[in-house]
Structure formats: structure tokens, C-alpha cells
Design a protein around this ligand. Sequence first.
Ligand code: ZN
Ligand code: ZN
Length: 288
Amino acid sequence: MPGFLPFASALELPAYVCDNCGFWQRHFAEPPSCPVCLDARHVPPQHAWRFRSDVEAEADFPCLWDEIEPGIWRFWNDPVAGIGPSGYLLTTPDGNMLFEGCTVFSAAALDHMAACGGVQVLSASHPHSYGAIWQVQERFDPDLALPAADLAWSAAFRVSWPYDDRLEPLPGLELHRTAGHFDGHAVLYDRARGILFCGDALKFELDPADPRRALTISTHKAFVRAIPLTPAELRRYREVFAGLDFGQTWTPFEQAANSGRAEALALIDTMLAGRPHAGPVRLDRLRR
Ligand SMILES: [Zn+2]
Ligand SMILES: [Zn+2]
């Protein structure tokens, strides 16, 4: 029912961002703790909690943006506390989609999105890279698509388009739930550009001389604790990746132009042939 929002005023609590991980919560006062930090896929702060309001975060974490591939804009913060994910604005003839969020968007960054045609669809792979997508929802009121399996983490914004395993919210942009890292972990496949926005399903180490070139690839249940995925979780990743024809793989932190489906499948097959691990594997060894 469009416009049906019986408790709209209760959604207007102030938002606070965790210094240790970048997760936003709405709370009547500074939150007592951060659920993402206490979760086994992350680590708590070493000494104390620290939270910032949106005004403080905007002042402390300048927002930058750049067109990485034609029609794809990356938004990030530098300097930034926490894990510092990037948000990606994908412009298409049928509308624009923002996938993932940087820690905080500035008014100028949101104005830039408006100049690109605004945001019609908003989504993210999982809670570690939600960033401040709530700001984009407030500014543009787009459809917000998220796997129902991760609804419990989405309290800082309002999911308007929950989905199960697959959704194509704009022509040529496919969301696929992979589960694994989080039960609702999802990837975004851009069919026309052949890019997979893989969330934390894959991780790369980059060539210091060329930030678009990955040297290693890995996959994990929990990166900071180096917890591997199970064989069943790896098989599900494989099933999703095998159906998508991608030559580039972008995480919330890296935009690898030299690693696509072949490398992702080779990594998973290596894991499934032995005991799964979370360590980096050199791409030149996989390709042998
Ligand atoms: Zn946190
Ligand atoms: Zn993650």
C-alpha cells in the first residue's frame, strides 16, 4: 500500500555511527553498544565504544567520489574510522541504483547523485557495507531492496522491497542472495558491464602499483577472524557465480578489473577439493 507508514515519527530518531565498524543505529541517545562489533564476524573495540552523530561524522570523514568506469561512481570517505566501505552509484538508461554505502555521505555527494539523475533503487550486500544508505533513503526515497533474511540488521532504514533469493530491480541489474558470510548476503550483477559487486563474498589484495589489479583472491565467513566458509556455503557461492558472466569483481573495498568468474570458480574449486581456508591465494597460481 503506497504511502502506508503508520509509525513514521518513530523512524525519526537520531542516527549514530560506530567508530569501530561504521554501522549506523537509530537510538534516543548514544547507543550502549554496537551489534555488528559484538557479532562473531567482527571484533569489539579494544578500549571503548565511540559513536558519532551524522553532523560529527560529516565533519570528521570527508566524502569523495570518482567515476571508476563509465556511468559507475564510487563514493568513499578519507580519512575514515571503521572499515570504510565504498558505495557504488550505477547509472543506467532505465534508472540509477546505489549498491553499498560509504560511512557517511556529504550534502555535496548527495547533490552529485541528484545531478546524475537521483537514485531509484537502493541496496547493499550485507550489514558491514550498509554504510549511511539511510541518508540516501531520506534524500531520494528510492525503493530499498534487501534480502528478507537480513531484515534484523536494517533498523536504521526502511526496507520497501524485501526479496528471497533473486531480484532484478532495474533491467540488467540482478541481485542474487548467496547467503554464507551473512544469511542475507547478496551480490549485484551488472549484465551490460560484466561487473560483479560481490560484497564480502570475495576479497582481494591489490598491486600497490595498480589499484585496479588484484594479486590475490580469498573467500571467508569472517575476514578479521579468518574463519573459513563451509563446503555447503562454498557450493552455494559457486552455483550463483557460475550463472553470471563477469570479468571484473568489485568488493566494498577493491575494484578488481583483472579477476572475474573464472578466477572465482577456480578459487572455490580449490577449496572444495581440500579443506576450505580463509587465506589469500595468488591469482597467478590459480590460473596455472
Ligand atoms: Zn560497530
Ligand atoms: Zn562483511
